[in-house]
Design a protein around this ligand. Structure first.
Ligand SMILES: *Cc1c(COP(=O)(O)O)cnc(C)c1O
Length: 359
């Protein structure tokens, strides 16, 4: 069996141990004679999985009781619209614009007739850092993207504000401990750091659920899904099942603290290789904004020919998904929770040999 080191940004690598469990349980789930994906979402068989997934999120994230965990569909992109639909009350709204995903979120608010204030941006330097963000305390809501998947930048600390803070954490879910005093709504598609595509995880403070206007369609209200424990309609059951296995896997590794530590070690190995390459590799992000999840870089002088050659050599060595996002080019190594240290070390070895040959 061939198993590649998959550095793709998303859908992304899932722990092999998890896929092996899925494979083993696929046809006959827990001696039921059916697959979990054939089970009614109202059955005990599925309900145990559903409750386990919610419980594991609460446990891993040390989530206070005044938050709801929701499993929705439509991806993070749906949340760009749902957050304003549920939180906007006609007042002030502030966003930080740290890249393509922030921009899309801002656009969805504008479509709803909201005029968000962009209080901070790093657009003028092609989003190579997280700017200082100061939100007012009297906003309907404020908004950040915690990890910028394309540019490879990440907040070290969330802004403090008395206004509700919305966080798009699509590409750094379950990778570090969160201070829930600072956050009111956090969301992300599972397909980068938490499982397969099709499940969107939403964590929302309960006191925000009643804001929603009567004109908002039933399915687009957080309250609908909170009141029905994400079982208002059929949830993405198979995706939630795999998400739950990924959460169990994180627990088996020692929880979020241990994963965070490992992520820091992995990122250091890769960033050190870039920094010690004598300028052959050039990172996109400024050092104090570097993402632990997505490492975006170029070869010196943005040499597209050499970059293509490195991609090809990587592919031959069973390392895939390293092409940078089309909007900035170059290379990007996504080193999410499920990427092993061995994978990062193999990549660094290849990069060092390549640099030696071509420098
Ligand atoms: C991938 C990504 C999205 C879009 O997610 P979908 O689930 O495809 O809608 C949004 N925000 C960030 C930060 C992302 O990385």
């Amino acid at each position: 069996m061939k198993r590649a080191y998959n550095f793709g940004a998303g859908p992304a690598t899932i722990p092999t141990e998890v896929l092996e469990i899925v494979q083993k349980e696929l046809i006959d789930f827990k001696d039921s004679g059916i697959s979990i994906m054939e089970a009614s979402h109202r059955s005990k068989l599925y309900d145990d999985v559903h409750e386990s997934a919610i419980g594991n999120i609460r446990e891993l994230y040390k989530l206070p009781d005044d938050f709801e965990v929701l499993f929705l569909q439509g991806g993070a992109s749906m949340q760009f619209a749902m957050a304003p639909l549920n939180l906007y009350e006609g007042g002030k709204v502030q966003y930080a614009n740290t890249g393509a995903w922030s921009k899309k979120a801002i656009k969805e608010a504008q479509i709803q007739g909201i005029e968000p204030e962009i209080v901070a941006t790093s657009q003028e330097s092609n989003f190579d850092h997280i700017p200082e963000v100061n939100f007012d305390d009297d906003c309907d809501y404020t908004y950040i993207t915690s990890n910028n998947t394309i540019y490879g930048t990440q907040y070290r600390e969330f802004p403090s504000t008395a206004s509700p803070l919305v966080v798009d954490a699509s590409s750094d879910l379950f990778s570090y401990a969160i201070d829930w005093n600072k956050i009111d709504l956090l969301f992300g598609g599972a397909q980068k750091n938490a499982g397969p595509s099709g499940v969107t995880i939403v964590i929302v403070r309960k006191n925000l659920l009643d804001r929603v206007k009567d004109s908002v369609p039933t399915m687009l209200r957080y309250k609908t899904h909170a009141d029905s424990n994400s079982l208002f309609n059929t949830p993405p059951t198979f995706g939630i099942y795999i998400l739950n296995l990924v959460l169990e896997w994180i627990k088996s590794k020692g929880g979020i603290g241990a994963i965070d530590k490992l992520n820091r070690e992995k990122a250091k190995i890769l960033y050190d290789a870039i920094d010690n390459s004598g300028g052959f590799y050039v990172g996109h992000a400024q050092k104090d904004s570097r993402s632990l999840m997505n490492v975006s870089f170029n070869i010196k002088d943005k040499d597209a020919k050499l970059e293509a050659q490195l991609l090809e050599e990587a592919s031959k060595a069973n390392m895939i998904g390293l092409k940078g996002h089309r909007s900035i080019g170059g290379l990007r190594a996504s080193i999410y929770n499920a990427m092993s240290k061995e994978g990062v070390e193999a990549l660094v070895e290849l990069m060092q040999e390549f640099a030696k040959k071509h420098n």
